[in-house]
Design a protein around this ligand. Structure first.
Ligand code: BGP
Length: 460
């Protein structure tokens, strides 16, 4: 069977400023929570590797863009750094403008569409000290940052993203102590989630005021939540997980409103955030033009059987995860592989979210110790990654055939890069990055495969 994709389909990859640029204190960039945390605790990240250099993109971006072109990619989603563009929160850093101008121009000159995200987990420390997403003042500072970015780069950037995976800083920073500020507090987490949603709408409002020729969206990690059985309680639990982790951002972003069931749930559990009518109107009015979807694995849910063991309210106090008997694992990283999840997401967007245009903004396979797959010519023979991508693309194709409005596929990621608490443990790239050899890039077998797929706009 032939899998042909729609005309002008975007074949690209995704990344973020903090995971690629490095240059953490170069050219007047201010520290983010990651720089601060690593500066305080050098054991915080895997093997003590911090974000200082990441994959050295700040110095090597021209080579990287040339490498993208060499494998026929036509788009690249990355973020700009708030702490680089506005180190003091108000005034523009000319060196950052120069860097991002050069980067954007380099992409466009090489026929690579820039898709620019404003926030990928990299809260400036200055803003965190003001309360981070718990503070209404920081919401306004973010709107200002967005406005400046649109004014400076909006003549060339036609697709903007407000946030990448906004639920992650909520979970990781305010529930599970995996990201700074390392808090566990459900009430504060809910407030952070709400203020983040409001920030997204506020920045969209600024974008629309400027009447630029472009579109703006949000990137959500939609994780389909499958119940263990049709038992009423299992279904109820799976629905609750969907409300918490997917619909808490999906509904207000696309439909302008929080689901009434979620509002009820928050009320019942004394978790309602401080929200104002005026701000809810901003959310209602400023919905997105398109969606980005990051998909790695689903959630498998059952009703809660064991009593909760903490006094504090946590999401898992309301449901349990279970191991699906048919589960297939990415044995090199430890996440479930379930390709059909991507199809289910596509159909859900078509049926329940106005069939809004969307693209796969991340999907990919992380692999530990990938050096073991390097052949005698120095190439990583990553057939597992080719299979992974191909099987996901088949399901994506099916959702498009059935009418879902998907306009692109972005792999996580173009080259191996630094990742939050894992540093370089999990390799995801189409290009390998050799940390022992000046960050030298070398094409993996999957890169050669993608080259053909992008050229033919599909595969057999
Ligand atoms: C997504 C993030 C990315 C990236 C990816 C892979 O959730 O948007 O920033 O990190 O996951 O995750 P990891 O590096 O933890 O394997």
């Amino acid at each position: 069977m032939k899998y042909n994709f729609p005309k002008k389909f975007l074949w690209g990859s995704a990344a973020s400023a903090p995971q690629t640029e490095g240059a953490w204190n170069i050219d007047d960039k201010a520290p983010t929570i990651w720089d601060y945390w690593y500066g305080k605790d050098r054991t915080a990240f895997f093997n003590g590797i911090g974000p200082e250099k990441a994959s050295n993109f700040y110095e090597m971006y021209k080579e990287d863009i040339a490498n993208m072109k060499a494998i026929n990619l036509n788009s690249y989603r990355t973020s700009i750094s708030w702490a680089r563009l506005l180190p003091d929160g108000r005034n523009i850093n000319p060196k950052a403008v120069e860097f991002y101008n050069n980067l954007i121009d380099e992409m466009i000159d090489n026929d690579i569409e820039p898709i620019i995200n404003l926030f990928h987990f990299d809260m400036p420390m200055l803003m965190q000290n003001k309360g981070g997403w718990e503070s209404r003042e920081v919401v306004e500072s973010f709107a200002l940052y967005g406005k400046k970015a649109f004014e400076i780069f909006g003549d060339r950037v036609k697709k903007w993203i407000t946030f990448n995976e906004p639920i992650v800083p909520v979970e990781a920073g305010y529930l599970y102590k995996m990201h700074y500020p390392l808090v566990t507090d459900m009430k504060r987490a809910v407030q952070v989630g709400y203020n983040t949603m409001l920030s997204s709408a506020r920045v969209i409002e600024e974008f629309r005021k400027l009447k630029l020729d472009g579109k703006i969206g949000i990137v959500l990690n939609l994780t389909p939540s499958y119940p263990r059985s049709n038992d009423k309680e299992d279904l109820k639990s799976a629905n609750l997980v969907d409300l918490m982790f997917n619909r808490s951002f999906l509904d207000p972003s696309v439909l302008g409103e929080y689901p009434s069931e979620l509002i009820e749930f928050l009320k019942e559990n004394d978790l309602t955030p401080e929200w104002k009518e005026k701000d809810l109107r901003i959310i209602k009015k400023n919905t997105v033009d398109f969606l980005g979807v990051n998909y790695y694995q689903p959630r498998r849910i059952q009703k809660r059987e064991t009593p909760k063991d903490t006094e504090s309210l946590m999401p898992e106090d309301f449901f349990e995860y279970y191991i699906w008997p048919e589960r297939r694992m990415n044995v090199y990283r430890g996440w479930e592989i379930y390709e059909k999840g991507l199809y289910d997401i596509g159909i859900n967007i078509k049926d329940n979210y106005k069939n809004i245009p969307w693209f796969v903004s991340e999907n990919g396979m992380g692999v530990e110790n990938e050096e073991r797959f390097i052949d005698e010519n120095g190439m990583v023979q990553d057939d597992y990654r080719i299979d992974f991508i191909k099987e996901h693309l088949k399901w994506l194709h099916k959702s498009i055939e059935e009418g879902s409005n998907c306009f692109g596929y972005h792999l996580w990621t173009f080259m191996d890069n630094w990742s939050w608490c894992n540093a370089y443990k999990n390799r995801y790239g189409l290009y390998r990055v050799d940390l022992e050899n000046n960050f030298k890039r070398s094409l993996k077998k999957s890169g050669l495969w993608i080259k053909e797929v992008a050229k033919n706009n599909g595969f057999d």
